[in-house]
Every structure is written in structure tokens, then in C-alpha cells.
Design a protein around this ligand. Structure first.
Ligand code: FAD
Length: 481
């Protein structure tokens, strides 16, 4: 039997893996991971993602070894140079992979495919990451810019799709095929920060399925309301597993459907629509590649951002803004590499709208610190919150983190977990300690400015300032296409 390469990228799984299945149909398969981050540009993983990648690859290697195979790790200046070398060395006749959708990845893959085919090697790619590839759902040949019609079109196409089974056996890899120990890639951070990631996460396909099972047993019922409450585990926490392809969206949809006997209730419909935002983000990034670092709404190019105030920036990244919901979120992010969606929106809104710091700065910080950092989702999340994206929150919607905290973390479970200095403050004042009467602060043993900061921005004043600046943009006339 001839040999083929399964070029592994963000598809760290054996189940529903079309590239792997196709390769196994005709060949003995060599599972290959190539470390060549320089050529990924903006999609090269940040620090938290590199931690995940290391452990995700380790988990995949263990799975493969359990089946008699192993992961081959190589590095090089480009994926193509490594593929050319290994196909030459092993006489492999084919290379199979699952597609990625960042602009730099698309360019790289086009080049790789053409070069391999030019050498007579069979090169074929597949979809493992999305329900619908970005170019599938279109209206009269044009991309969608608004979520609801986009998602309705997806639902019409059918989101419950067949999934491929995991292979039962994997062929042995000849011992002559050399590889690098994973540790030599230097993916693990050298700072103690990684301890928090280890406590919180278990990368790998098995762990992803455990998370999905927990969600089905404990959180699918009530998802529509509980998903907004950061103090409880009301969502799947599948985002890093989905990003690294340790589970695929087809598998998630099919498993939920089969648990519900095919009847989609309101909670499931809402959950599917969140997967829909993931699809929509990829659709937008593909059709509007300039959004990697520029606003979708080009009027925002003219926004007069003031120079970044280093005092505000430092307060935001360290979770010391004096605004509890945001500080809790930024500390959760630093300790666990993850932040609840409701809190991400508040933290982003505070940075962009109250502090007037460009969304790109926040996007880069999230990119480096999130274990689920995903170019399409992160950009969409930031541009949506800033008001410069497709179907974005309007510029005048400025989150009030005090009110948001009272509404979604009324009993203070979330804020008290991450801000122990506020633990004794009564619920009524927990989300706005600056407004608490002196005797309440004294009873809680809390001195503002000493144990916990005064707010670094006045929410009311900064809101008015932002509204005045954003209103100028509204008047700008520009063709948005
Ligand atoms: P669930 O509620 O269980 O949702 C299931 C899945 O749907 C998620 O795992 C995720 O893949 C997808 N999803 C849910 N909400 C969204 C959304 N709003 N946009 C796109 N996909 C969504 N998500 C990322 O995966 N990576 C990012 O880098 C990222 N950056 C963000 C930045 C900002 C400023 C904001 C506001 C949101 C960002 N999100 C990002 C979206 C969202 O916060 C996370 O996907 C979600 O919190 C993950 O938690 P979960 O897996 O428990 O979600």
C-alpha cells in the first residue's frame, strides 16, 4: 500500500476528520504536524494558544500511539519545504489536509497545493472546521452582512449533517521516519501563568467530548437564560476545543439533535445560533479580509483615537480599573485563558468606548491571552462591540458594567470569585463600590484606593465623550462596499 501524509493543522481529532478518512481509504497514513508559525502572519498563535497547541498535540500523539501509530513533528521555514522533504524521503504519493480560512492560510495552502500537484503528488483539502464553508452561503452571489438572514439561510440548507466515524486502526509508522520531540518547539510559556491554564483545562478530543456531555446533562436546559450569567457554568466551554478542531461543529450539532430526539427546543435553537455566530465570523473574514486589522465599516478609519493612555491600558490588562465586572473578567482571562462572553463584551466596551483605546489593541491582548483565540471570532467580537463591524452593536450602545453586573451577576458569585477584596461588600454595592456609603465600605473592611482602586474612568463622563466622538462619524458619508 502506498503512503500518504495527513497534514495536521487545527484538526486535532480522529472523529469526523475528512482529510484523515480520505487518506486512510487509499493509503498508509503518516500523521504530520509542521511547525512554521512565521508564515501564518496574523493567524500565528499567541502565548495561551501555544500552550493549548502543545498539550493538544500531546493528546493526539497519545491517541495515535494507543492505535499503533504516532505523531510526526517537524519544523521548517515553510510548510511547503517540510512537505517536499518528507514526501521525497518517504515516497509518499499524496498529502491530505483540512482547510483553514485566515487570509494568510488560504494563500499558503493555494501555493502548497499547486506546488505539490506540480510535482505529481496528489494534494487534496477538505472541510472539518465549519458547518458551511465561507463561500457556500451567499445571497445572489454576494456575502451576507447581517447575522439573522445569514443564519436563516444556513438553517434552510440544513445544519444537521452526517459525521464520519473515527478510524478503528491506524497503520504503524516506519521507525526510519524521524521527528522532533514536541518540547523542542518551545510552545510552552516560561511564566508561572501557565499553572492556571493547567488547573482549568484538559486539551484533547476526549476532554472535548466530556465537556459536551456535561453540557448536555447539566446546562443545555436553560441555556438561553443561563448563558448570560458568568457566575455559573451555563455554556459549553467548548471554544478552545472547537478552535483546535478537537471536536467539530457537525459532531456537536448531531449529538445535541440526537439527545433531543430531533426536536429543537428554544434552548437548543439558541445554542445552535451561537455556533452560527462562529460560522458568520468565518464568512465575514473570508469575504472581507481587510477586517484582520481594519474596521469593516470603513468610516471608522477616520476615527480620531487619542494617544493610548498607558495608565488606563495597564489598569485594564491587570484587572485594576475599579470597575468590578471588568476587573473580574480580566483576572479570569489572565488566570484561566478564558473569559465569559457577557464579560468579554463589557471589558471590550469599556476599553474602546469609555477609555477610547483602539479595538485593535484589545484584540491583540485577547489574541495573546485567550486559549480560544480565533482570528475570525476575535475580530468579529471586537468589531461588533466597538460598533465598526458587520451587524454590530450601534455606536451609541455603551455597556454600563455596573448595571450589567447587577443584572447578570446579581448575587455576586462571579465578582467575588475573582475579586476577593470585595467579598464582604453587600450585593447592592458590589458592582458599584464607588457609590457605596462610607459606613458600608467601612463595615466591609474596604478602603477604595488602597484595597481596591477608585474607577479609572468616570462611566458617565466617558460615555458622553464617546457619544460625541462617535456622532461625528455617523455624519461621515462614505461608500461602505
Ligand atoms: P457557548 O455559549 O457554549 O457557545 C458554543 C460555541 O459557539 C462556542 O464555543 C464558540 O465556538 C461559538 N460562539 C459562541 N458565541 C460566539 C460569538 N459571539 N462569536 C463567535 N462564536 C461564538 N470566541 C472564540 O471562540 N474565540 C475568540 O477569540 C473570541 N473572541 C471574542 C472577543 C470578544 C471581544 C467577544 C465579545 C467575543 C469573543 N468570542 C470569541 C466569542 C465568545 O465570547 C466565545 O466564543 C464564548 O464565550 C465561548 O464560550 P463557550 O464555548 O462556553 O460558548
Amino acid at each position: 500500500m502506498t503512503l500518504a501524509i495527513w497534514w495536521i493543522r487545527r484538526d486535532l481529532r480522529l472523529g469526523d476528520n475528512p482529510a484523515l478518512s480520505a487518506a486512510l481509504r487509499h493509503h498508509k497514513v503518516i500523521p504530520l504536524y509542521i511547525h512554521a508559525p512565521e508564515e501564518e502572519g496574523a493567524a500565528a498563535p499567541g502565548a495561551a494558544s501555544r500552550w493549548w497547541l502543545h498539550h493538544g498535540l500531546q493528546a493526539l500523539d497519545a491517541q495515535l500511539r494507543g492505535m499503533g501509530s504516532r505523531l510526526v513533528v517537524r519544523e521548517g521555514r515553510s510548510a511547503l519545504s517540510v512537505l517536499e522533504a518528507i514526501t521525497r524521503e518517504t515516497s509518499a504519493e499524496a498529502v491530505y489536509w483540512n482547510r483553514q480560512y485566515a487570509p494568510t492560510q488560504i494563500e499558503r495552502d493555494k501555493g502548497v497545493k499547486a506546488a505539490l500537484r506540480g510535482k505529481g503528488i496528489h494534494a487534496e483539502s477538505f472541510n472539518a472546521a465549519l458547518l458551511f464553508e465561507p463561500w457556500v452561503i451567499e445571497r445572489e452571489g454576494k456575502p451576507y452582512r447581517v447575522f439573522t438572514p445569514y443564519w436563516n439561510a444556513c438553517l434552510k440548507h440544513g445544519i444537521d449533517q452526517p459525521v464520519l466515524p473515527s478510524p478503528v486502526v491506524m497503520p504503524q509508522i516506519p521507525s526510519s521516519i524521524q521527528d522532533l520531540p514536541l518540547g523542542t518547539l518551545g510552545l510552552l510559556p516560561k511564566i508561572p501563568w501557565a499553572l492556571g491554564l493547567e488547573e482549568r483545562w484538559s486539551p484533547g478530543e476526549a476532554a472535548a467530548w466530556k465537556k459536551l456531555e456535561r453540557f448536555l446533562d447539566q446546562a443545555l436546559e436553560g441555556y438561553k437564560t443561563h448563558r448570560d450569567r458568568p457566575g455559573i457554568e451555563g455554556t459549553t466551554r467548548l471554544s478552545p476545543h472547537l478552535h483546535f478542531g478537537e471536536i467539530g461543529p457537525r459532531q456537536v450539532v448531531r449529538t445535541v439533535m440526537s439527545r433531543l430526539g430531533g426536536v429543537i427546543n428554544a434552548d437548543a435553537a439558541h445554542f445552535f445560533s451561537e455556533l452560527g455566530w462562529r460560522e458568520f465570523s468565518h464568512h465575514l473574514l473570508f469575504h472581507f479580509p481587510h477586517t484582520v486589522d481594519h474596521p469593516m465599516d470603513r468610516r471608522w478609519n477616520a476615527f480620531p483615537w487619542p494617544a493610548v493612555d498607558p495608565r488606563l491600558w495597564q489598569a485594564w490588562i491587570t484587572g485594576c480599573t475599579g470597575i468590578p465586572l471588568v476587573d473580574a473578567g480580566m483576572r479570569e482571562l489572565w488566570h484561566t485563558g478564558w473569559m465569559h462572553n457577557r464579560v468579554r463584551m463589557n471589558a471590550a466596551s469599556l476599553l474602546v468606548k469609555n477609555m477610547l483605546i483602539p479595538w485593535q489593541e484589545g484584540e491583540r491582548w485577547f489574541w495573546d491571552t485567550l486559549v480560544d483565540a480565533d482570528l475570525a471570532n476575535n475580530i468579529q467580537g471586537w468589531q461588533w462591540t466597538a460598533g465598526c463591524g458587520a451587524d454590530a452593536a450601534p455606536y451609541f450602545r455603551i455597556f454600563n458594567p455596573g448595571l450589567q453586573g447587577e443584572r447578570f451577576d446579581g448575587s455576586g458569585e462571579y465578582v467575588r470569585r475573582w475579586l476577593p477584596e470585595l467579598v464582604s461588600l453587600p450585593d447592592r454595592w458590589l458592582h458599584r463600590p464607588w457609590a457605596a456609603p462610607a459606613n458600608v465600605l467601612c463595615d466591609a473592611g474596604l478602603r477604595l484606593g488602597e484595597h481596591y482602586p477608585h474607577p479609572v474612568v468616570d462611566l458617565g463622563e466617558s460615555r458622553s465623550r464617546a457619544l460625541a466622538s462617535f456622532a461625528q462619524l455617523k455624519a461621515t458619508k462614505i461608500n461602505l462596499t
